[in-house]
Design a protein around this ligand. Sequence first.
Ligand SMILES: C[S@@+](CC[C@H](N)C(=O)[O-])C[C@H]1O[C@@H](n2cnc3c(N)ncnc32)[C@H](O)[C@@H]1O
Length: 216
Amino acid sequence: MGANLEITKKIQNYINDFGLKLHSVQQDIINYNNTLGDIKRMQVDPSQCHFLHLIIKISNIKNVLEIGTFTGLSALSILLALPDDGKLIALDKNEETNKVALDFFKKAKQDHKIKTIIKPALESLNELKNTKFDMVFIDADKLNYKEYYERSLDRVNKGGLIIIDNVLWHGEVAEVDNLDKYTVNIREFNSYVSKDKRVEQIIVPLGDGMTICRVL
Ligand SMILES: C[S@@+](CC[C@H](N)C(=O)[O-])C[C@H]1O[C@@H](n2cnc3c(N)ncnc32)[C@H](O)[C@@H]1O
């Protein structure tokens, strides 16, 4: 059996160097986020951009829902992978970051494929109750993850994907003595998904950890 690697920052950089190359506007978003200070940690890692890209292509995904857009890095990665008649509906409650994201989508000439909805995601999800997606990417407020997951299950076609970010929570989920409210919440969420017979799933240690669920 192969030994599992501990993915250090150095190895992550190596992986990024040898992976797909970022689109210039993806790099613009990263540069912009770098000017924001600590809040830049909200964005997905470049390795996750490449993963989303490939999984969308491999699975011939056309209709995607994103919950949590921020300044648009994951959304642009999804848009760039979608075919020209693909569609992304992106939910976020923050008008200011949404405006920034929309400018980046326009700059990358991807704005014809996206609709953004600015309001609390649970409200948007209620309004989308009759819309079906091939894939949902969940990356908003962590305490609502279980709700987002349940509602996503109702909105994803069989064989479709639900991808959830930050499931390793900086590695803290594995520290059993850590009883911080956010860590416990993600730990309970991971346990819930792992027992869920409606999906088959794996946690992939890219970025802050992503669970990939295939809906049965
Ligand atoms: C981790 S960031 C998303 C990062 C983004 N996926 C990226 O790659 O840059 C989380 C986002 O969720 C949004 N958010 C938090 N709570 C929300 C809620 N209840 N409804 C909608 N959006 C919410 C925040 O405004 C923030 O932009």
